[in-house]
Design a protein around this ligand. Structure first.
Ligand code: PGA
Length: 278
């Protein structure tokens, strides 16, 4: 089974509209020859830049993603954005359950007490609601899972990831699962420069595929894409992309520069070609 590799840029809370314009114009110029049969590419700007970026990528192969979604279509939910709105603005993808929204930062932030961190408050149940709502409106979720440093140190990695994957897929019908991309993002690797060892990332991602296979079927599990995320750079993407289970990356910091983001896209393409996965 040849899954098409998928590179998504998570811009997080970066870029005013004009900054988003120059970033996306730069990316467009550098990957205009890449087709979605080689590598699929998505950018996930903040909500405020979605509309402008959607206009600029029209007619290209670059797809638009949002960074979060609420599960209601509309109503009295001040500050929330619905799947209907994301569809309307031109999103194909939406990141759901990022560890920064689950309220567990990889890098300790002196401005954010534990109490404040929990304010974003995503958990397995809300992540599952968001996935269900996104799918019902034809959005493709990129679902983030991953353990914290202390969970890894206590040997709980597999247990935590398993719980998050099973929680995410609760009541999701077979025919929708293929529209979900998972991103294995160990919290300790996000924004820290401590990329996960490629073999270990491959092992955990293989385990996630195993869980999907248990819950549904091995045929379906072979079709679901699972990215790695956490301190991905042009320098370390090759080793990651050479792993058979890793179907690309969710890229934070390195997605904020056209040169580094496009280098990650190109290196992924050539690595997958080398191992015959593309
Ligand atoms: P990073 O972020 O690449 O800056 O580590 C990845 C992510 O949070 O998705």
């Amino acid at each position: 089974m040849k899954r098409i590799p998928f590179i998504a840029g998570n811009w997080k809370m970066n870029c005013t509209t004009s900054e988003a314009v120059s970033l996306v114009e730069g990316i467009k110029a550098l990957i205009s020859d890449i087709t979605p049969e080689q590598v699929e590419v998505a950018v996930c700007p903040p909500f405020t830049a979605l509309h402008r970026v959607a206009q600029l990528i029209e007619g290209t192969y670059i797809r638009l993603g949002a960074q979060d979604v609420f599960w209601k279509d509309k109503g009295a939910y001040t500050g929330q954005i619905s799947p209907v709105m994301l569809k309307d603005v031109g999103c194909t993808y939406v990141i759901i359950g990022h560890s920064e929204r689950r309220g567990r930062f990889g890098v300790p932030d002196p401005d954010m007490s534990d109490e404040l961190l929990k304010l974003f408050g995503d958990n397995d149940a809300t992540v599952n609601r968001k996935i269900t709502a996104a799918l019902s409106h034809g959005l493709k979720p990129i679902v983030c899972v991953g353990e914290t440093l202390s969970e890894r140190e206590r040997g709980l990695t597999d247990e935590i990831v398993r719980r998050q994957v099973i929680g995410a897929l609760n009541s999701i019908p077979t025919e929708s699962v293929e529209n979900i991309t998972f991103a294995y993002e160990p919290v300790w690797a996000i924004g820290t420069g401590n990329v996960c060892d490629a073999y270990e990332a491959n092992r955990v991602i293989g385990m996630i595929r195993g869980i999907i296979s248990e819950l549904y079927s091995s045929e379906l599990a072979e079709r679901v894409r699972i990215q790695y995320g956490g301190s991905v750079t042009p320098e370390n993407i090759e080793e990651l992309a050479l792993q058979p289970e890793i179907d690309g990356a969710l890229v934070g910091g390195a997605s904020l520069r056209p040169d580094s983001f496009s280098a990650i896209v190109r290196t992924t393409m050539s690595a997958k070609q080398r191992i015959g996965q593309k």
